[in-house]
Design a protein around this ligand. Structure first.
Ligand code: FO1
Length: 310
């Protein structure tokens, strides 16, 4: 079964890793959000792409979910000592990724080509694509004004109240080379348990999958989403807080409503099973927590069986 997974950072990376354990490498394409990307310390940082790649390569820091395992912090400590910004924690090995990516971007290489080369170097056999090769930057509208995404997320610890989002550059951004073809040849599209507002919406916008799928072909193939919200709380990150601040009660149901007409089926946690009959489409209630590598594979198996049943 050929699957395209749409993923943001940690939650998306975990399910992508689960799917990678079950599917043949040629059957999995992961299209990753780049709205979180930003320019920092003279470098182009692509947090979600790196999180997905490090996770698939077995190089991720399992405690944070982002960054590298066995990391050292000499460079950022030195920057800090010299009075530079230290709020975005970049490890020494991670710095190497950003330096080499920035060098190649400045040479004129595309982000998708660079990602392909990095995946090869890290031994990743699945296809990982940035959603687009052009810059799209998520801007969070808050009660303190507009903030660039990482400024809101990391520097301000998601404290300002959210009023809305916009994705700078999305109108002119084309899907990365291979993304549309991957969707066309996929048997199903899986929306990973990532933040609907800031991780998945930018991808849907770039791929023109929202407000409704473009072509008849896309309509016919199953599109399923897995809720990142369990029992009204987000497993990781600010999705539940964002729903509440936007006046929507955070729940798996709110996530299903978010994707509305797009979905053929929806996966929620067993703890939210009582919400199942409130959803119009097909539902799978299962254990969606991914604490271990085995959990990721188990959820991937459940998701693939669910797709097979649609
Ligand atoms: N998240 C944090 O909360 N604090 C950090 O200092 C931080 C550094 C960081 C460095 C590299 C990287 O690839 C990701 C990093 N993240 C950090 C995570 C990242 O900002 C967010 O998880 C995503 O953008 C949201 O999906």
């Amino acid at each position: 079964m050929k699957i395209v997974a749409l993923a943001g950072g940690v939650g998306g990376a975990k399910l992508a890793h689960g799917l990678a354990q079950i599917l043949s490498p040629e059957d999995l394409t992961v299209i990753v959000n780049t709205g979180d990307d930003f320019e920092h310390l003279g470098l182009t940082i692509c947090p979600d792409l790196d999180t997905v790649c490090y996770t698939l390569a077995g190089l991720a820091n399992s405690e944070t979910g982002w960054g590298r395992v066995n990391e050292t912090w000499n460079t950022i400590s030195n920057i800090e000592k010299l009075g530079g910004p230290n709020w975005f924690r970049l490890g020494d090995q991670d710095f190497g990724t950003h330096i080499e990516r920035t060098r190649r971007l400045k040479e004129g290489q595309s982000l998708s080509q660079i990602t392909k080369d990095f995946c090869k170097a890290w031994g990743i056999k699945q296809t990982v694509l940035p959603m687009t090769d052009s810059p799209v930057r998520t801007i969070v509208d808050t009660d303190e004004g507009e903030l660039a995404f990482q400024e809101y997320f990391v520097h301000r610890h998601c404290e300002p109240r959210v009023k809305g989002f916009r994705f700078d550059g999305v109108e002119v951004a084309e899907p990365a080379s291979g993304a549309r073809e991957a969707i066309e040849s996929a048997d199903a599209i899986v929306i990973c348990p990532s933040n609907p507002w800031v991780s998945i919406d930018p991808i849907l916008r770039v791929l023109s999958l929202t407000p409704a799928p473009l072509s008849h072909e896309e309509r016919r193939k199953p599109i399923i989403a897995i809720s990142p919200i369990i029992g009204g709380k987000t497993v990781k990150g600010p999705a539940a807080k964002m729903y509440a601040e936007l006046g929507i009660e955070p729940s798996a149901l709110a996530v299903a409503e978010h994707y509305r007409d797009l979905l053929t089926g929806f996966v929620l946690d067993i703890k939210d099973e009582q919400l199942s009959d409130k959803f119009r489409g097909k539902i799978l209630a299962t254990d969606t927590l991914m604490n271990s590598s085995a959990d990721r594979a188990r959820l991937a198996v459940d998701v693939l069986h669910f797709i097979g049943s649609l």
